[in-house]
Design a binder for this molecule. Sequence first.
Ligand SMILES: Cc1cc2nc3c(=O)[nH]c(=O)nc-3n(C[C@H](O)[C@H](O)[C@H](O)COP(=O)(O)OP(=O)(O)OC[C@H]3O[C@@H](n4cnc5c(N)ncnc54)[C@H](O)[C@@H]3O)c2cc1C
Length: 227
Amino acid sequence: MNEHSFAVLDKGFVRLDAYMADDLSVVNSARVSFAKFSTELGDAERGLIRFLMKNRHGTPFEHNSFRFHVKCPIFVAREWMRHRIGSYNEWSGRYSKLEAEFYIPREMRTQVGKPGHYKFEPLESQIDNQLAYDSMLASCEHAFETYEYLLSIDVAKEVARMVLPVNTYTQFIWTANLRSIMNFLSLRNAEDAMFEIREYAKVVEALVTEMMPVSMQAFVENNRIAP
Ligand SMILES: Cc1cc2nc3c(=O)[nH]c(=O)nc-3n(C[C@H](O)[C@H](O)[C@H](O)COP(=O)(O)OP(=O)(O)OC[C@H]3O[C@@H](n4cnc5c(N)ncnc54)[C@H](O)[C@@H]3O)c2cc1C
C-alpha cells in the first residue's frame, strides 16, 4: 500500500489511481461568471468556497476528477454502483476466473428496532458469533469448491460464477467529481450506512480531503450536505 492506497476490511483496498483536483478550480469555475481568475487561495477564495457550498451552487465543484481503484465484496460494490454520477469498469467474471477471496465479518451483528430505525448491535453470545462465522466460512468454501468443479468439467465462467456468494471480492475503477463524491460521502460515510461500505467511504473521504481541503471543510461545516 502506498501513500494513496489503504487496506479496507480483511482483503480489500481503496487506491487513488489518479486525480485532477484542487480548491482553486472551484473558485475559478465560479469567478468565470465575472471573467475573473485567481491564482492563489486566500481568505476571499476560501470565503467564496464556503458561500458556494452553503448556497448550494454545486456546479463549480464538478471541475475536478478522482479515479479510484477499489477492491471490495460484491455486496459493497452493488451499493456503491447505485451512485450513478460517475464512471465504472469492473472485473469480469465472464472473462476471467474469480479468486476464492471472500469477506466474513469477525464480529457478527444483530438487527434491532423497526424498519427505518434499525440499529445493529454485536451478537451477545460469543458462541453464536463463532458458530455464525464457522457456518458462513463453510458455506463460502463449499461455493468455491462447486465453482472449481463446474470449471473443471468445462462449464463456462459466466455460468459457473452463479454459485458464488455476494461476499466474493471484486475490483473496479470509479471516476467521479467532488460534487458526486460529496453526495456519496453524505450517504455512505454516515451513521445509517452499512458498516462495510462506510469503511470504504472513510478512506475515500480522507483522500479527497487531502486534495481539496477547503471544499471538504466547507462540506463538513454545511452538515455534510452535498451542494
Ligand atoms: C442508508 C441507505 C439505504 C438505502 N436503501 C435502499 C433500498 O432499500 N433500496 C434501494 O433501491 N436503494 C437503496 N439505497 C440507495 C439509494 O436509493 C440511492 O440509489 C443511492 O444512495 C445513490 O444515491 P443518489 O441517487 O443520490 O446518487 P447518484 O446516482 O450518484 O446521483 C447523484 C444525484 O444526481 C441526481 N440524479 C441522479 N440521477 C437522477 C435521476 N434519474 N433523476 C433525477 N435526479 C438524478 C440526484 O440529485 C442525485 O442525488 C439506499 C441508500 C442508503 C444510503
